[in-house]
Design a protein around this ligand. Structure first.
Ligand SMILES: Cc1cc2nc3c(=O)[nH]c(=O)nc-3n(C[C@H](O)[C@H](O)[C@H](O)COP(=O)(O)OP(=O)(O)OC[C@H]3O[C@@H](n4cnc5c(N)ncnc54)[C@H](O)[C@@H]3O)c2cc1C
Length: 244
């Protein structure tokens, strides 16, 4: 998938292809600010702002996104995870702009910064994101949790797991141990619960005006399991649709 940096949140939210094929991204953008905000705010601006609570960052990191940066010295590509250097800080040199976000698998690229190109549904793959806060709209999240699960042909064994967390560290993060734990295991409530506990231990949460660290850590565990269950449900829904 290619997403031009100047694509608005609303454009992503209203893309049927994104909703069906990349539900994790749809889940995330649909609750950013309000419709008025989403009509003008761009995904590129959301990433360059580099706030730990950026709802756009977590799903794209879970999708292994890379970003393309253009500047006076030419073009640079980097993993989105590495683009974030600290709260409010990203890896942009003076004069550089973020031009596009690239999510594998790749399609012929578009050069138009306001375009979005969505490839077919990934086989046996499901994804989900939750913005966890006191309310859903006009609220920065207490936590953002996204997960992408790909299954083997048996529709039980985890072929690949990606988990990304927002507001769980100074920058969006991936709990690598939790991802590795799931790899090759049967995906069920027990393994997802264990992955949640591991992710909670890996998180580097802190106290803030929106919530205390111990509660955030507890909720990382709960939400990793919950989003894992939702991602699995989505795999099975798409499998039944494919069979119908
Ligand atoms: C009321 C309100 C509610 C919000 N709620 C949420 C929310 O729930 N979740 C959430 O994640 N965010 C939220 N936001 C933040 C919002 O998503 C981001 O501010 C928005 O995505 C920024 O996009 P923009 O195009 O307006 O960028 P701007 O605000 O125009 O730009 C932000 C910064 O990035 C730079 N910039 C922008 N695009 C590029 C680029 N392509 N290359 C280089 N530099 C660039 C600008 O120069 C500026 O420094 C909210 C904002 C408001 C005002």
């Amino acid at each position: 998938m290619y997403i031009g940096a100047f694509v608005t949140h609303r454009r992503i939210e209203t893309s049927k292809r994104v909703r069906v094929r990349y539900p994790i991204l749809h889940d995330a953008v649909k609750n950013i600010g309000s419709v008025q905000i989403r009509n003008v705010a761009t995904i590129g601006g959301n990433l360059v702002n580099a706030v730990p609570s950026a709802d756009g960052a977590v799903p794209l990191i879970a999708l292994d996104a890379r970003v393309n940066v253009h500047g006076p010295k030419g073009e640079r590509f980097m993993d989105l995870l590495r683009f974030f250097l600290g709260p409010g800080q990203c890896d942009l040199e003076p004069g550089e702009i973020l031009t596009e976000i690239v999510v594998p698998p790749l399609l012929p690229r578009t050069e138009i910064l306001t375009e979005i190109v969505v490839p077919p549904l990934l086989p046996r793959t499901g994804s989900a994101y939750v913005k966890f806060g006191r309310r859903e709209a006009m609220e920065l999240p207490l936590l953002g949790v996204g997960i992408v699960l790909s299954l083997e042909d048996d529709l039980t064994t985890c072929a690949r797991a990606r988990i990304a967390l927002g507001v769980a560290a100074p920058t969006p993060m991936r709990p690598f141990e939790a991802e590795n734990f799931l790899q090759g295991k049967p995906l069920n409530d027990q393994t997802l619960e264990e992955a949640g506990k591991i992710a909670a231990r890996e998180s580097r949460v802190r106290d803030s005006i929106r919530g205390v660290a111990w509660y955030r850590r507890e909720m990382v565990g709960v939400l990793v399991k919950r989003m894992g269950q939702k991602a699995l449900e989505r795999v099975h829904e798409t499998q039944s649709l494919a069979r119908a």
